[in-house]
Structures are given as C-alpha cells and as structure tokens.
Design a protein around this ligand. Structure first.
Ligand code: SF4
Ligand code: SF4
Length: 187
C-alpha cells in the first residue's frame, strides 16, 4: 500500500512548479523574518513557519495567522540566501488551508479568498459588493455605514456595476477553473 505523503512533502509538491530551491535547504538564518514588514503581527515568523513545516507541525500551522497576514511583497524571497521562494510558500499554505477547510477562527483572509474564487467561478469576473460581505461585518457599525455609503455613491456614478458582470463563454471558463482549483464543482 502506498505511503501517504507527510505534510512537508505535500507542501513541497505544491511548490514544485516554482523552480525555487526546496524549503528543506533553509539554514534558519532569519533574513526572511528580519525583512518581513508584517512579521510582528504574525503568530509565527516566516523563518519559524519553515522550521515548523520541516518538522511536520501541520495542525499548528493550519491554525496560525502567518500566511494570511503575508502582504506578498516578495522582500523575503529576493533576500533569501538559499533561493527559497517564501512568498510563494505563503500562497501555497493559503491554498492548502482552504483545500483542507482548516484555518484559525476569526480571520477575514480565508472567507475573503473563498468568496473571491466562488465569485470568479460563477461569473468569470470579480464583483466588489459580494466580496465586501466577507469583511464588512468585521467593522464597527459606523465604519460599515460609511463603507455602504461609499459603495452606493460609486454605484450611482457607474464605477461599480449594479449587477454582477459575466464574461462570454462562461461554461468553457468554468471547465478550465475546475481543473485547477480543488474547491469542488462550481455552483
Ligand atoms: S531567509 Fe531563507 S535560508 Fe534564511 S531563514 Fe528564511 S527561508 Fe531560511
Ligand atoms: S512576501 Fe509575505 S512573508 Fe515575505 S516579506 Fe513580504 S509580507 Fe513578509
């Protein structure tokens, strides 16, 4: 019977197409963490996350905020002395977390990402009013009303469409997306 891949092997598989060096080659120098503009808000710094993946600490990683706070600035990636693509690793962890439906409670990132992908699958285009529902309720009442007012003004000026836009040949697009996104069949 074939052995199940370990967590670190699964993540290595997700990073296979990046052409960067494997995270196993990390020397724990900390350059990535020292470069990261949002490291102080993360549960574990980029350096620690890499050590934790190599130690197969899957549950602790899936229940932390680190990769959801990554701003995709790529500073860690360009500075890593071992040529590891840490920014791409953060994307891989987001994909894995949504795929396994396991993430830290109370984060906006997973809900926003899932809503975004579902919107794209449904119409082929992003639609801000639907996306906004994934984070608006995390605001206080006053900010929420201000956001709603701004959105209404933008709609009245034609900067946001009233109805979700749809691309042509949507069925063909859905078939392509279904092959690359492990989110089940589009609605
Ligand atoms: S900069 Fe590169 S080698 Fe250094 S800790 Fe980060 S990933 Fe590892
Ligand atoms: S890409 Fe993400 S992890 Fe890397 S330095 Fe920027 S914010 Fe930090």
């Amino acid at each position: 019977m074939p052995l199940r891949p370990s967590f670190s092997e699964e993540i290595a598989g997700l990073l296979h197409a990046t052409h960067a060096n494997p995270i196993k080659t990390c020397i724990q120098c900390g350059t990535c963490s020292g470069s990261c503009p949002v490291a102080k808000f993360m549960d574990y710094s980029p350096r620690k996350i890499i050590a934790m993946i190599n130690a197969d600490l899957k549950d602790r990683i899936l229940n932390c905020n680190t990769y959801w706070y990554c701003a995709s600035c790529y500073y860690c990636t360009v500075r890593c002395p071992r040529g590891i693509d840490i920014a791409e690793l953060m994307y891989a962890l987001k994909r894995y977390s949504i795929w396994k439906n396991q993430y830290k409670e109370g984060l906006v990132g997973p809900v926003f990402s899932e809503t975004f992908v579902k919107t794209i699958i449904k119409s082929g285009r992003s639609y801000e009013p639907v996306l906004a529902t994934s984070y608006l309720f995390t605001f206080g009442l006053q900010e929420m009303l201000m956001e709603a007012q701004t959105a209404t003004n933008l709609m009245l000026k034609g900067r946001i469409p009233v109805l979700p836009p749809r691309i042509k040949r949507l069925e063909n697009f859905k078939k392509v997306i279904q092959k690359i996104i492990p989110l089940g069949k589009p609605e």
